[in-house]
Design a binder for this molecule. Structure first.
Ligand code: SF4
Ligand code: SF4
Ligand code: SF4
Length: 250
C-alpha cells in the first residue's frame, strides 16, 4: 500500500503548495509512489487517514491549535513547509505591533468578530519532525525531502551559513557595499539566490543550528554597524523568536 500524504495550510499565501504543484511532470512521478488524500490547492477530496502531513503557514489564532493537534494526532510524520510554518515568517511582522490595532486595520469595526494572537511557527504548538525552509520553499528541496521520507532516510537540509554558498558564487559581500545581511547566521541551501540578484539575505531559511554570533559581531565591528541595524533585518522573518518583538497581547 502506498504511503498516504496530505497537505494543509494555515496563515499563508499558499506559495509553498504552489511550488509543489509547479513540479509538474515530476509531481506525477511522485504520485506513482504516494497516495495524496488531501491537497486543497489541487483537489477537492479529503481524508483524515494519512501518514505524512505537510503543513504550510503560521498559527495565528488560538482556534488554529485544535486543528493542528488533530493533524498531529493523525499523522506519523509532520513536515513544516516554508518560513511561515518553520520560523513564523512574515506573518510575525504583526508581532511587533499592538494586536488590537492590527485587527482594526484589517477588519474595521467588525474586528472583535475575528480572533487573532501572536503569529508563530507550528512547532510552537505541535511537534514537528522535519522542516523544509525558505520563502517560498525550493521545489527541488521539497522533492529531496519527500524522497528521503519515502525511502526511510533522514532528509538532508544544510547546516552551514548562506555565506558559504555566496562566496562560492563569487559575489562581492554586501557589507563591502555598505549594506547589512544576515547570511552569516542563516541556513544555506538556496544558493544565496537573493545576493546573486543584487539584494541581501533576509534570513528566510532560518538560523543555522549553532550560529557563530561572535563571528557575526566581528563583521559588524569591522563595518562599524550596530547590532540593532542587523536586528532590523531580522524583523522580516523572525518576529516570533526575536525577544525584542513587542508582545503587548498574547
Ligand atoms: S513561507 Fe513565503 S511562500 Fe510560504 S506561505 Fe509564507 S509567505 Fe507564502
Ligand atoms: S554576509 Fe551576505 S553578502 Fe556577505 S558573504 Fe554572507 S551572504 Fe554573502
Ligand atoms: S538568500 Fe537569504 S533571504 Fe534569500 S532565499 Fe536565501 S536564505 Fe532566503
Amino acid at each position: 500500500m502506498k504511503p498516504r500524504i496530505a497537505f494543509f495550510d494555515f496563515a499563508s499565501c499558499e506559495g509553498d503548495q504552489l511550488q509543489i504543484v509547479n513540479l509538474e511532470e515530476r509531481l506525477l512521478e511522485l504520485l506513482q509512489h504516494v497516495e495524496v488524500v488531501s491537497f486543497r490547492e489541487a483537489m477537492k477530496e479529503h481524508s483524515d487517514n494519512y501518514d505524512i502531513a505537510f503543513i504550510e503557514g503560521s498559527c495565528t489564532r488560538a482556534s488554529d491549535e485544535e486543528r493542528l493537534k488533530k493533524i498531529r494526532a493523525n499523522a506519523k510524520i509532520v513536515v513544516a513547509l516554508g518560513s511561515c510554518a518553520t520560523i513564523g515568517g512574515i506573518n510575525c511582522i504583526k508581532n511587533y505591533r499592538n494586536q488590537t490595532e492590527v485587527r482594526k486595520e484589517v477588519y474595521g469595526d467588525k474586528y472583535e468578530l475575528f480572533d487573532t494572537y501572536l503569529a508563530r511557527p507550528i512547532e510552537a504548538v505541535i511537534k514537528v519532525d522535519y522542516k523544509v525552509p525558505q520563502c517560498p520553499i525550493n521545489k527541488e528541496e521539497f522533492l529531496s525531502v519527500a524522497k528521503a521520507l519515502l525511502t526511510g532516510q533522514k532528509p538532508f537540509i544544510p547546516d552551514y551559513p548562506v555565506c558559504v554558498e555566496c562566496k562560492m558564487n563569487g559575489n562581492v559581500c554586501v557589507f563591502e557595499k555598505g549594506m547589512t545581511c544576515v547570511g552569516p547566521v542563516t541556513r544555506a541551501g538556496c544558493g544565496s539566490c537573493c545576493v546573486n540578484e543584487g539584494a541581501i539575505c533576509w534570513g528566510c531559511r532560518g538560523l543555522i543550528d549553532n550560529p557563530n554570533t561572535d563571528a557575526h559581531k566581528e563583521v559588524l565591528e569591522k563595518y562599524n554597524l550596530t547590532p540593532q541595524e542587523v536586528m532590523n533585518k531580522f524583523k522580516l522573518y523572525f518576529g516570533w523568536s526575536d525577544t525584542n518583538a513587542q508582545k503587548p497581547q498574547s
